[in-house]
Design a protein around this ligand. Structure first.
Ligand SMILES: Cc1ncc(COP(=O)(O)O)c(C=O)c1O
Length: 363
């Protein structure tokens, strides 16, 4: 067997550990006692309206999905005030990152991204043998001027995760507008807004305005995985110029988004109660951690998302010790932050358990 050399060299993404896996490994008989705050999921659960819609859709599951997602696309287009031709769905917004890499990256090209930005951009670029230009992030924040300065004739993509995962930081909306205005025409900007729905209003940019105004080289990525609580279904989307969306559609498998995911997403869009409750839980969780963590000597990074990056020291050890206390968080050494862990903002009870366990673990 002789795989391609660059495939042999690829690194495998390390996801948040599933509860079931931790229970098996550490011999915990009752999985219900374990909390997982490691993947920025919605700890309120899925939208109840989505759950109801999925139940009703079960008898139709012998059919292939509508690959074009007609109904969802039209509903979402009206919701976002864009044309349906400006939207493409993926198996999570992750798949949109792969589509973009497939279409734009190859040997001799590069993507510009932050040193502490979402790892899938890096991994997808490697899958297409492209180079990655990593731009330092002072104060854990994207440096948009430095990112523009790092663009060369070889650059095809520049990714701004806003808020960024795992840092939680968001750039000033006006700075993002300025970045998009100054972007050279040969580069596509990916503005990854996976956490848009839970962002504080004052930090919410209006990147869609650029798409509505016809800018060809900007795509916004969003997802149903986070605020809508549908991570297990795998559905996200990109919003961009119809020409760009058309290109991405060429590398999409015919049935990349399941029928169940489409049904659930349609219903979740209507579930404003669930969304409001989610925002409240996130805001409450953030206030709690920002108050409690410094009291136990843990520094926090300002967050505009549903998680918080914090400096505990010895991140991987702390992660392992918390796991023994039935709390799963995420160590941050893969992001070059060996002293940090990332905690998803959960319910008040979960948040309390995380802080209690941390207090127990820290010297
Ligand atoms: C910044 C960012 N982009 C994209 C994703 C991918 O989300 P999904 O594929 O579930 O839509 C995530 C998930 O953690 C993320 O944090």
């Amino acid at each position: 067997m002789k795989a391609k050399d660059y495939i042999n060299a690829l690194r495998v993404y390390e996801p948040g550990r599933p509860i079931d896996e931790v229970a098996r490994e550490l011999g915990f008989p009752d999985m219900a006692e374990i909390i997982k705050v490691a993947s920025n999921e919605n700890e309120l659960g899925p939208s109840p309206m989505a759950v109801e819609a999925m139940r009703a859709a079960i008898p139709e599951m012998h059919r292939y999905p509508d690959g074009g997602a007609f109904h969802l696309k039209h509903k979402l287009a009206a919701f976002l005030d864009v044309d349906p031709t400006q939207i493409l769905f993926g198996c999570g917004s992750n798949e949109l990152i792969v589509f973009l890499s497939h279409v734009f990256l190859g040997k001799g090209t590069n993507i510009v991204m932050g040193t502490e930005a979402f790892a899938v951009y890096f991994l997808a670029a490697a899958m297409y043998e492209a180079d990655v230009v990593r731009v330092p992030m002072p104060g854990h924040l994207h440096d948009l001027d430095a990112m523009l300065a790092a663009i060369s004739p070889k650059t095809r993509l520049v990714a701004v995760c806003n808020p960024n995962n795992p840092t939680g930081t968001a750039v000033e909306p006006a700075a993002l507008d300025d970045f998009i205005e100054r972007l050279p025409g040969h580069v596509v900007a990916i503005i990854d807004e996976a956490y848009f729905e839970v962002m504080p209003e004052a930090l919410k940019p209006n990147v869609l305005r650029h798409v509505r105004e016809g800018r060809e080289n900007v795509i916004v990525l969003r997802t149903f995985s986070k605020a809508y609580g549908l991570a297990g279904l795998r559905i996200g989307y990109g919003i961009g110029h119809a020409g760009l969306i058309g290109l991405l559609n060429k590398v999409r498998q015919p049935f990349n988004v399941s029928a169940m995911a489409q049904v659930a997403a349609m219903a979740a869009l209507d579930d404003t109660t669930h969304l409001v409750e989610t925002r409240e839980m996130v805001a409450e969780g953030l206030a709690f951690f920002e108050r409690e963590l410094p009291r136990i000597g843990v520094q926090t990074v300002p967050s505009a998302a549903n998680f918080i990056l914090c400096r505990t020291g010895r991140g991987r050890e702390v992660f392992a010790e918390l796991q023994k206390r039935k709390v799963i968080v995420r160590p941050m050494d893969p992001y070059g932050l060996p002293d940090h862990i990332r905690i998803t903002l959960g319910t008040p009870e979960q948040n309390r358990r995380v802080v209690d366990a941390l207090r127990d673990v820290l010297p």
